[in-house]
Design a protein around this ligand. Sequence first.
Ligand SMILES: C[S@@+](CC[C@H](N)C(=O)[O-])C[C@H]1O[C@@H](n2cnc3c(N)ncnc32)[C@H](O)[C@@H]1O
Length: 475
Amino acid sequence: MRQFPIFFTVQDRPVLLVGGGEAAAAKLRLLLKADAWVTVITEDPLDEILDLYELGEIDWEARGFDAADLNGAILAYAATGDDAQDRAVSAAARKAGVPVNVVDRPELSNFITPAIVERDAITVAVSSGGAAPVLARTVKAAIERLLPPNLGRLALFAERFRGAVKAVVPAGRDRLRFWDKFFSGPIAAQVLSGDEKGATEAMLAAVNRRTPEEPGIVHIVGAGPGAADLVTLRAQRLLNQADVIVHDRLVSDEILDLARRDAERIDVGKTPGSHPVPQDRINAIIIEQARAGKRVVRLKGGDPFIFGRGGEELDELRAAGIAADVVPGITAAQASAAATGMPLTHRDHASAVTYVTGHLADGKGGDAPAVDWSALARSGATLAVYMGVGAAPRISQDLSDHGLADTPVTLVENATRPDQRTVTGRIRDLADLVRLNGITGPAMIVIGSVAALARADQGTDAARMESMSCMAAAV
Ligand SMILES: C[S@@+](CC[C@H](N)C(=O)[O-])C[C@H]1O[C@@H](n2cnc3c(N)ncnc32)[C@H](O)[C@@H]1O
């Protein structure tokens, strides 16, 4: 260890800052966050510094540095950009025994300001001891990604209950265990997901019971379209903490590998037309698991609220009185668009986009409201059709009957996965595009003039010819 790490209390204590440029302002912002009382010495302050002075938040002297400025200071910073002045501040501070930092001059400093990750009360400081400041910043960025943004709220939440826990849970091992369980348990998860009201109720009950064990929580999490690096940071964190993962067929192994090694995995995957685990049973599983006090991640392909039945599961959980929240994922339409360079809206092509299921086009939708293809055809919006491969002949027929026979269409199969394929053509040929290209995997069908902008990477010669003619039509 090259330097000794400490956190220094500067609240309401005098700190000297010599300099008035951007580097000085950056240090000033940081010092004010910690409520230091800062005196700035400079003849040439930035407006930002003047504003703070006018607001009465700092002292400012419009002159050069004098060694007497160090009297009473607990820390000194020099950021003048002038070698002689910076050296003078450094030498005088050392002589007066005041710790000094000269910005970007480790040889003139006897302390550094580390790279900082801040979450309210939680502060993580990273230093390379001057060996590789850029590496320290890279480490800081990695920690930023790891720590949930509201971790500080969790610290403040725990602080609110410290007295109450102290009053009822005996000191030593019991109290340690209480907090240990709290920070890795469902109440903390509730705070982190933003439900402080629910967490407060649960914590009050836990304090009265003297144990934070509680019925579990269900996070309904979108896993995105397949690529593991398209999973959100929140989803990654929850996967890493889950006791049980209840997942669909469309969730890739790569994503499941992000989960805690010892987490139980329950596969409730469905294939089109066959439903190995009926929805009622899935609802029952997640409720049972949460009632057993587990942290459950209900992991779904894409986004849970886009043709994902996330709404139904959330209703059931709420009715059962189980804490639940929803983490969005990248939906297949957006993934397909990005993966093929095909914007779903475009100033020259479409000012609206409709997400629609093709599953109902073959009349097998049961009680679900029917899709009005004639209204969609008239809307001029880009149509992003989910679950449409099986019903491609019917969709092609319906839209052609309503005047879209020549409209470009792009199919993106297995978007963002290693086996992604893109084929393009015209609506009237949609059934052939599916058949001739052997599209069997999960695929999006995107309809509208934007579809001609997609980069077609595979497909039959006929599909490629179509694609070229679509591009020509678009130009
Ligand atoms: C039951 S829906 C689930 C949609 C999911 N909730 C979402 O937001 O993407 C399944 C349909 O999503 C589409 N889909 C899912 N993943 C896909 C992928 N990687 N590439 C293309 N389409 C996909 C297909 O149309 C598939 O039939």
